[in-house]
Design a protein around this ligand. Structure first.
Ligand code: BJW
Length: 242
């Protein structure tokens, strides 16, 4: 890896980074898609067909995040330390809808698939902080309509958030690190090729080889709470040596 202190870094995270905090991944054997049909709970059609089912699915996940003792782990905290210490931009793009990166201390962060603790007005598209259940009767603060809210989540077939900013960062980063994602969902699964074509060194840190592991310059496999702090230490050694 030919990286200089100050070179821009882009980190992509997925559900695997929050697994050791107690949140399920999607495609592992015990994952969310083993218990729920994604066409029912994670598509605009599913929401049109049965909004109560979709709201319940996200209400339960929101309650788990706010009521159970779900805390950021060593991997979330290590990425925050990287952002604080690296003498250049560290942009964190997460596919996760939990708030564990923020609570771990990260600030330069894009939630490309939305946020569990936000709600969106169906009429105006305005987005609000929202920690309670969303029900069929919840009133939108923007339109005043009862039943006028949906979770602020990017479902299949919808455009992920802040894609222009992400593509700009993919073109300029010198290091691209993908953590805890299976590489099945686009456009995130294609980021490694875009960063690589733009000249970045690319690294996968994942429990097991992802579907696109062969596209990375380097792939290290194991639990995020071990791999990420060790990798951040390795990067920060560049700063100490400079
Ligand atoms: C550990 C670990 C530990 C376990 N330590 N690791 C080609 C090009 C473009 C689009 C498409 C395309 N083909 C199809 C599409 C459309 C579609 C898509 O990708 N479908 C595929 C299934 C084929 N994509 C879309 O519709 C997206 N929108 C879109 O494409 O708009 C048009 C567009 C075109 C071109 C440019 C830009 C835009 C929207 C996707 C929305 C995804 N939504 C979900 C659900 C909502 C959020 C929620 O409910 O939480 O987002 S699906 C679900 O998958 C969720 C996740 O964010 C996402 C990714 O999952 P992730 O994070 O990778 O989890 P897993 O479970 O798959 O993997 C976990 C990994 O962790 C595993 O590898 C484990 O081994 C590992 N792990 N423990 C480290 N301790």
């Amino acid at each position: 890896m030919n990286l200089k202190p100050g070179d821009p870094i882009l980190v992509l995270t997925g559900a695997g980074i929050s697994k050791e905090s107690g949140l399920d991944t999607f495609r592992d054997a015990d994952g969310i898609w083993a218990k729920h049909d994604l066409a029912d709970v994670a598509t605009p059609d599913g929401f049109r067909r049965n909004p109560a089912l979709v709201l319940d699915f996200y209400n339960a996940r929101r309650r788990q995040l706010t009521e159970q003792d779900v805390q950021p782990n060593a991997a979330h905290r290590a990425l925050a330390a990287l952002e604080r210490t690296w003498p250049g931009e560290v942009l964190l793009v997460t596919q996760n809808i939990d708030d564990l990166h923020e609570r771990g201390g990260s600030a330069n962060l894009i939630h490309m698939h939305g946020e569990l603790l936000k709600a969106r007005c169906l009429d105006t598209g305005s987005v609000f902080d929202w920690r309670d259940d969303i029900t069929l009767d919840s009133r939108s603060p923007a339109s005043g309509q009862s039943g006028g809210l949906r979770p602020h989540i990017v479902w299949f077939g919808e455009m992920p958030i802040e894609m222009d900013r992400i593509y700009d960062a993919l073109m300029t980063c010198r290091l691209f690190v993908s953590i805890g994602t299976s590489g099945h969902v686009y456009p995130a699964a294609g980021f490694v090729q875009q960063a690589s074509m733009a000249g970045a060194w690319t690294v996968e840190l994942n429990l097991e080889a992802s579907s696109g592991h062969g596209l990375f310059d380097e792939a290290i496999h194991g639990p995020a709470t071990e791999l990420v702090p060790a990798f951040v230490d390795r990067l920060l050694a560049h700063v100490d040596a400079a």
